[in-house]
Design a protein around this ligand. Structure first.
Ligand SMILES: *Cc1c(COP(=O)(O)O)cnc(C)c1O
Length: 491
């Protein structure tokens, strides 16, 4: 491929006077323009690229080919559940009966759409063992914020204003303390044991009448099931706090166990992880939250109710924390997750969680002779290596050795997306792998071979690993320069 022609900015491909479309001359006077005050009018025409249609089509098509997604290759990004997004989801969400809806239409003209929302909220309640869900929040972090606002609304409804602190484990995803801070809560950190789970002894002295609640992720960000939850929930409830479940890692729990049964009061789910809707640049997300019985009235407005005559309506409630999104959230995403739920069914569901767990353990066991496994034993959907083993050139105190970053860059050369790296912060050379249930054994084996080949090369030819990637459209980027000296405009 001629890189000069294809990898430039569209501005660099611009030639003065070159046009893609020729429009007929404007038949009306540009009156509106001349009536604008001079102070707000620009002095010169905007600097827009001028290119023919074929150049534009090639430019963007080639750029999209440089992209990496679940549809192009294996994407073992820990904590992100990059499972395959079935195409039937897209077909259903593209039905004009959904895409042509107006959110302010009278309820009697959108009965099907309201029913879908209501049924999905029922299904999530059943999966989680909770009383009611709202699908309105836009993302996991937005769900966390909404869930914490629900907890605050609950305390305030009892006139209890002094609960201003929230307990968050040191292994938590960064969004937990961030959401708590946005909610105006003070964060109290609880430590992990050497086994990677919450340290109950460290927790006890933190509890008191100023604690609004505790956030827990289960399985936690190390992919480890938190076995002390019943005791932790008892302690937190005893001091008057509520238990918040970060359900972004719900995938391995599907059909196996339910947060509501473990003693949690509020939780969020990521439709764009567990429920196979697109991720990140692939589209907007959705972060439903669920609550146990007795907390429903605090959930955001509006919500969908089924009336005694079987019809559906949008309602607002006294006591609600207010609205957190436009109408019912990202409705197209809610439709995709609904299609996924129906396609999988309850039997498929029970398989998904188990296979996600099996796949992660398979990779872990086959790679632990090459990569350092700080916490032995069964993991759930994901696990964390602490870089290469010393005999393969890993050294946690010396960046001149082959680092996790070097391994991640080498994987790109071999056609795989890199795992999550340097998170969680508990290990110096963290490399966090989550395969999900949708990958075949062939793909897992190819990934394992690639990881082993990198380890072998780190031993025999460390310089080539440190210089990776060698075959990607750009070589190793200078991350620090990119952050400190960011250039956002062509000029
Ligand atoms: C992804 C994730 C979140 C945040 O979800 P977003 O939709 O990215 O805001 C929170 N907690 C955990 C454990 C996660 O993996």
């Amino acid at each position: 491929m001629n890189n000069k022609l294809y990898s430039n900015l569209i501005f660099e491909l611009s030639r003065p006077g070159r046009v893609g479309y020729s429009l007929p001359p404007c038949e009306v006077e540009a009156e509106g323009l001349s009536s604008l005050p001079a102070a707000v009018r620009r002095d010169e025409a905007p600097c827009l690229p001028e290119a023919d249609e074929q150049t534009v089509a090639r430019h963007y098509t080639n750029m999209s080919n440089n992209n990496f997604g679940v549809d192009t290759g294996f994407y073992p990004l820990g904590s992100c559940t990059m499972k395959y997004n079935p195409k039937i989801n897209e077909e259903m969400a593209a039905l004009p009966a959904f895409t042509q809806l107006h959110p302010a239409q009278p309820a009697d003209t959108v009965q099907g759409a309201l029913r879908l929302y209501w049924e999905e909220q029922q299904m999530l309640s059943e999966i989680a063992g909770l009383s009611e869900f709202t699908l309105n929040p836009y993302a996991g972090a937005h769900g966390e914020l909404t869930g914490l606002m629900t907890i605050r609304a609950y305390h305030r409804s009892r006139g209890d204003e002094k609960r201003t602190k929230i307990i968050v484990p040191d292994s938590a995803h960064g969004t937990n303390p961030a959401s708590a801070a946005v909610c105006g809560l003070q964060i109290v950190e609880v430590k992990s044991t050497a086994r990677g789970t919450v340290d109950v002894e460290d927790l006890k002295p933190l509890l008191g009448d100023d604690i609004a609640g505790m956030m827990m992720t289960n399985p936690n960000t190390l992919g480890i099931f938190e076995t002390e939850i019943p005791e932790i929930a008892r302690l937190v409830h005893e001091c008057g706090g509520l238990m918040y479940y970060d359900g972004a890692n719900l995938n391995p729990m599907l059909g196996v166990c339910r947060p509501g049964d473990m003693g949690f009061d509020v939780m969020h789910i990521n439709l764009h992880k567990t429920f196979s809707t697109p991720h990140g640049g692939g589209g907007p997300g959705d972060g439903p939250i669920g609550v146990r019985k007795g907390l429903e009235q605090f959930l955001p407005d509006p919500h969908v109710v089924r009336r005694a005559d079987g019809t559906f309506a949008l309602e607002c409630r006294d006591g609600s924390l207010g609205s957190v999104s436009a109408f019912l959230g990202n409705y197209g995403i809610i439709v995709r997750a609904y299609a996924y739920l129906l396609a999988l069914g309850s039997d498929g569901f029970k398989m998904a969680g188990r296979l996600a767990t099996l796949n992660a353990n398979y990779i872990k066991e086959r790679l632990k002779s090459h990569y350092l496994l700080p916490i032995e034993g069964l993991c759930k959907h994901e696990f964390v290596f602490d870089g290469l083993r010393p005999e393969y050139g890993g050294d946690h105190h010396d960046d001149a050795h082959v680092t996790t970053l070097d391994v991640a860059k080498s994987l790109l050369d071999l056609g795989f997306h890199a795992p999550t790296i340097y998170f969680p912060l508990l290990f110096h050379e963290a490399l966090m792998i989550e395969p999900t249930e949708t990958e075949s054994k062939d793909t897992l084996d190819a990934f394992i071979e690639a990881m082993i080949s990198i380890a072998e090369r780190a031993k025999t030819d460390p310089e080539s690993v440190k210089a990776a990637p060698h075959h990607t459209p750009i070589r190793r980027a200078d991350d620090v320069k990119a952050v400190k000296d960011a250039i956002f405009t062509y000029r």
